[in-house]
Design a protein around this ligand. Structure first.
Ligand code: SAM
Length: 264
């Protein structure tokens, strides 16, 4: 499959630098899959098993969402011992036969999409051997300037998305659904506005977790050693920051993402 690997390679290199390499390891990749030649070739893992959730792609990108992915089967039927395999379903449903099986759990930019962060960390904890390592990035997270992660919505032949948002940065946090509806309906027909509102406020394609929620989930996940890394993002202006604090309390608003890493 063709994939732009710019940030993925940066994340995998960071994982190796901070936690050690993948050579000879059984790796669990959560939410997506790196190309075989990267996992088995460059990084020399012994086994690379991916769990990806097609429901995410269908919900955010439509019936034909992410057509280039072919899975080996549902995660419930995942088998061990294949050099490289890819299973459809939630990491929360990783079968118990994989308990204590993996040396390394790795994930790039998927955790901000996983609805149940605590459940996912608990499944990863279960799947790792004692001493097993994990590196899990979430980016862009909900409290960042474009943390709404809007998937493509079309209007008049123009693609609106997180890269070309139909509202100013931070608005997903500053406005409630009603305020945003009033803002959008000044420019867009009701059905377009409704679709945008759905993705920003209702859809399960993002989890709407704050940095403090990730920290708490990680703290309570039972790992013997864990750390939350911060990926710097846009700083809100003083005026926006005071409105954010008024609405959501004194939280971290300038992280583009977080990285959860450590050992079982
Ligand atoms: C933005 S994509 C990132 C894909 C890839 N890791 C990358 O960085 O290009 C988010 C991924 O999270 C996956 N995902 C969402 N919820 C999941 C879950 N509960 N279990 C496993 N994967 C999940 C989606 O299927 C999707 O592949």
């Amino acid at each position: 499959m063709t994939q732009d690997l710019s940030y993925h390679l940066h994340h995998i290199d960071a994982a190796v630098r901070l936690l050690g390499g993948f050579e000879g390891c059984r790796v669990l990749e959560i939410g997506g899959r790196l190309p075989r030649e990267v996992g088995l070739g460059t990084y020399k893992a012994a086994e690379w098993l991916c769990v990806d959730f097609p429901g995410y792609w269908h919900e955010a990108y439509g019936a034909s969402g992410h057509p280039e992915v072919a899975y080996d089967g549902p995660v419930e039927s995942a088998v061990s011992g294949l050099a490289w395999s890819s299973w459809a379903g939630s990491v929360l449903d990783l079968p118990q036969r994989f308990d204590g099986y993996f040396d390394f759990a790795f994930s790039t930019c998927a955790f901000e999409h996983i609805a149940d962060v605590k459940g996912a960390l608990s499944a990863i904890h279960r799947g790792l051997k004692d001493g097993g390592r994990f590196f899990l990035s979430a980016m862009a997270i909900w409290p960042s300037s474009f943390g709404h992660h809007l998937p493509p919505v079309f209007h008049d032949g123009i693609e609106l998305s997180y890269a070309n948002p139909p509202f100013p940065v931070w608005s997903h946090l500053l406005q409630d659904r009603e305020g945003m509806a009033a803002l959008l309906e000044q420019t867009y027909p009701r059905e377009v506005a409704e679709r945008i509102l759905h993705f920003v406020y209702d859809s399960p394609h993002i989890n709407r977790q704050f940095v403090e929620d990730y920290a708490e989930a990680l703290e309570n996940a039972g790992f013997s050693e864990s750390r939350l890394g911060h990926v710097e993002g846009e700083e809100p202006s003083a005026d926006i920051l005071s409105r954010l604090v008024e609405r959501w309390g004194p939280r971290r608003y300038s992280d583009l993402g977080v990285v959860m890493l450590g050992h079982k």
